[in-house]
Design a protein around this ligand. Sequence first.
Ligand code: AMP
Length: 288
Amino acid sequence: MTAPAILPSVAGLRDAVSIWRAGGLPVALVPTMGALHEGHLALVHAARAHGGRTVVSLFVNPTQFAPGEDFALYPRDEADDLAKLAAAGVDAVFMPPTEAVYPPGFATTVTVDGVSAGLEGAARPHFFAGVATVVTKLLLQCLPDVALFGEKDYQQLIVVRRLVADLDIPCRIEAVPTVRAADGLALSSRNAYLSADERRIAPRLFQVLSGMAAALAGGAAAADQIADGTATLEAAGFTRIDYLAVCDAETLEAVDRVSGPARVLAAAWLGETRLIDNVPVSPAGRAG
Ligand code: AMP
């Protein structure tokens, strides 16, 4: 096991990438905010499957947190992250200091209309401008052949696909299915915030989404499913539901009844912790 190169600067990242590229090796990038778990490592494994070099970025991006959100508290464990990345066979870890990403005078924001408006965008209006800006920067800093994103953050994946297409960024975006705990809870760095009681309730979110997806695939009306699902989550102990929605899998527009690939998406709170999750709906006889 060779330790990954630690690259704190954009210049160092570009040097490493250009050497690999000159050697004919494809480069895969996995952007993360650290506090790594098996979900992140699934992205790393998918990246390594491309057979070239793998870069993981570790950067807790301040611009995607609103004042009062958990930026200061967001879990950080650099030593543990680096040990996991070394064990996973990553070639380089890009860990820029905040001032290298947002130097004094920084004044450019990438906004993506349409697909970023609803769901997370409605609940956290600052969020996607922060994500789109930092992802654009990371892609342009690294210029990877492929960048990998988790379906766990499904709307983010769609927003990234949109900006890459719109800005002609020469990089493929690859989606990796959500990695879950044995009881179905989607792995998330924020699960560390859950109390023991909340952790017991948390898998209900995936169960409700899965039940809705099965009913929708069978022809049930979205409005009925959303009403039932909301009631079930509230009865289970979820303290607030930011959204529970049935959307077209590409446009993210709400659908009344599923007739093509769709997604059930939710954000719900357990006390102070906000969980998001989503599942595909595959209408009978079609891939979803
Ligand atoms: P984050 O560090 O939370 O910003 O996540 C970095 C990347 O890992 C994003 O593309 C996420 O969608 C992905 N990711 C986070 N959790 C999971 C999971 N449980 N399964 C698959 N991918 C995940």
